[in-house]
Design a protein around this ligand. Structure first.
Ligand code: SF4
Ligand code: SF4
Length: 123
């Protein structure tokens, strides 16, 4: 008798099929720890706003660079964090938007078209 197969997607949901545009300032922002990210890209198809991209190859000189979030497009849905922590690794943290702004010196607005900002912690 065949056993019940394990549902790997049970805690994660299915990869997103939507292209969801941010409509307002979110409560949460996803941050990928670049030092901890393997660059596997498993999280990418789970992001409904398509805002997870590899960092420029020149930044680390690695053949498989880590990924980072375009913070101005993130809607705070947490799907990437669930995908990373349940399916691969544990490289994504969700920050309250106020904490994120204070820590990284980046202001999040309703706008999706703000320039992508380098992730450098504020002094
Ligand atoms: S799933 Fe996790 S380890 Fe893989 S690319 Fe995304 S953040 Fe990095
Ligand atoms: S929380 Fe993650 S999956 Fe959701 S929009 Fe932000 S980066 Fe994309």
């Amino acid at each position: 008798m065949a056993g019940k197969s394990y549902d790997h997607y049970g805690k994660v949901g299915k990869p997103s099929e939507k292209n969801f545009q941010k409509k307002k300032r979110p409560k949460l922002i996803a941050v990928i720890d670049e030092d901890n990210c393997t660059g596997c890209q498993v999280c990418v198809p789970f992001c409904p706003s398509e805002c997870i991209k590899p960092v420029p190859r020149e930044k680390y000189g690695l053949p498989i660079p880590p990924l980072q979030v375009n913070f101005h497009q993130c809607i705070g849905c947490q799907q990437c964090m669930k995908a990373c922590s349940n399916l691969t690794w544990d490289a994504i943290r969700m920050f309250d938007v106020e904490d994120f702004e204070a820590r990284f010196g980046i202001t999040i607005t309703n706008d999706t078209h703000a320039p992508e900002a380098a992730l450098e912690p504020a002094e």
